[in-house]
Design a protein around this ligand. Structure first.
Ligand code: NI
Length: 224
């Protein structure tokens, strides 16, 4: 998911759901990663459910998380799912502010959203964008609180709670792993106008990503 704000401040930071005293502008994982090509709407891997991760504690999984952090920062994202770097596995990374200014950083493997009580839920409409639909943003209603349960790198249990824009991000990324983009939740006309806008903006977005990869000193393996 694309970012809703551009710079970090000195507020509270939670890593993997736990408060930390200090945290750098970019998660340390990113410095070990490479910027990969981000898949674009229409590519098959974005439009079908991803496979669950079954092997934990592997170097492959660790490297994938490094690469996903690097790729997310290069593309100025708030979240990134594995199928957005052409990998068919259920995990995503995030670095996202909620509406109270709390920064949330981490990843989760095999995430499952807690069911929402339809009588208690509070839908909030806000602008949303996606790194796989480069350029535009569009308003969409989402639940304003979310709980996601899954696993860490080694298979230990992980629970992430979000509110506001971070809750939106968690729902957006789980949607990705189910093969669904945010534009799939829009009306036909809205979807068409977002795709038209994307056609106009995407080349500029790709240039900006290449420049950022260079500025951040990250190996750039993207060709888009
Ligand atoms: Ni997205």
């Amino acid at each position: 998911m694309s970012q809703n704000r551009s710079s970090a401040d000195d507020g509270e930071v939670r890593v993997l759901g736990r408060p930390v005293a200090e945290f750098p502008a970019f998660a340390p994982e990113a410095t070990r990663g490479r910027a990969l090509r981000i898949t674009v709407v229409g590519e098959e891997i974005l439009h079908r459910p991803c496979r669950p991760v079954t092997e934990f504690g592997t170097e492959v999984l660790e490297r994938l998380i490094y690469d996903m952090f690097a790729t997310m920062y290069v593309a100025e994202g708030a979240g990134l799912a594995a199928n957005q770097v052409d990998v068919d596995l259920r995990l995503f990374v995030y670095d996202c502010f909620d509406d109270d200014g709390v920064r949330h950083v981490g990843y989760i493997v095999n995430p499952v959203l807690d069911p929402v009580d339809l009588k208690l839920r509070n839908l909030v409409e806000a602008d949303e964008g996606c790194l796989s639909v480069p350029g535009p943003r569009h308003a969409l209603a989402r639940n304003d609180t979310t709980i996601v349960r899954g696993a860490d790198l080694r298979g230990g249990p992980l629970v992430i709670e979000g509110t506001g824009y971070f809750a939106r991000c968690l729902q957006h990324e789980v949607d990705h792993l189910d093969g669904r983009l945010y534009i799939d939740r829009l009306t036909k006309d809205e979807r068409r106008s977002v795709l038209d806008e994307m056609a106009e903006l995407r080349d500029r977005v790709f240039v900006r990503r290449r420049e950022r990869a260079r500025d951040l000193g990250l190996p750039d393996l993207s060709d888009g």
